[in-house]
Design a protein around this ligand. Structure first.
Ligand SMILES: O=C(O)C(=O)CS(=O)(=O)O
Length: 168
């Protein structure tokens, strides 16, 4: 669980208190940690753009938010990012499970797996790719502060190899 625990600890120590999620197999351990935390309001969403909408409202109500999603969900959320987050300068932390790259078993995940970094760049979302739990912890702490400095989302992209730390 070392991989998920590093992310969870960094979210807690960054005072993230409101999280929306759309599940992914790779996020299961992290979601369990979050769901069992009484200090974090966790709202499972039915679609990623819905998660962006809910977290925008939570931010305006004073919450510090994060969204857990698969990279394919960014494709479902482009207009929410543009018309809501870009227009009204709303920060949130994006914890993204990068599917469709190495180790992927589902062919339908491949196209978005190849496009995601370009899509995040088009959306002007700063993106970091932690390779170890130690790096994930550090980058999340910095990113959760940086998102307020730029008043915009910051993304952490976790590839399939990262989640092997959960097997340790
Ligand atoms: O069906 C899919 O594309 C999924 O991502 C499901 S899972 O691999 O996350 O279980």
């Amino acid at each position: 669980m070392r991989g998920s625990l590093a992310i969870y600890n960094a979210l807690k120590e960054s005072n993230i208190d409101f999280i929306c999620s759309v599940p992914c197999a790779n996020l299961k351990n992290l979601l369990k940690l979050i769901e069992n935390d009484e200090d974090i309001t966790h709202i499972p969403a039915t679609r990623e753009e819905e998660a962006f909408g809910i977290c925008a409202g939570a931010y305006l109500a004073g919450k510090k938010t994060a969204i857990l999603l698969q990279n394919s969900g960014i494709g479902n959320s482009i207009n929410a990012i543009a018309s809501l987050y870009k227009t009204f300068q709303i920060p949130t932390l994006l914890i993204i499970s990068h599917r469709g790259d190495l180790k992927e078993q589902i062919p339908a995940q491949i196209p978005m797996g190849r496009w995601i970094e370009k899509l995040l760049d088009v959306c002007e979302i700063p993106t970091y790719k932690p390779k170890t739990p130690e790096e994930a912890y550090k980058l999340i702490k910095y990113a959760s502060s940086y998102m307020y400095k730029i008043s915009y989302p910051v993304a952490l992209l976790f590839d399939a190899l990262y989640w092997e730390y959960d097997l340790e």
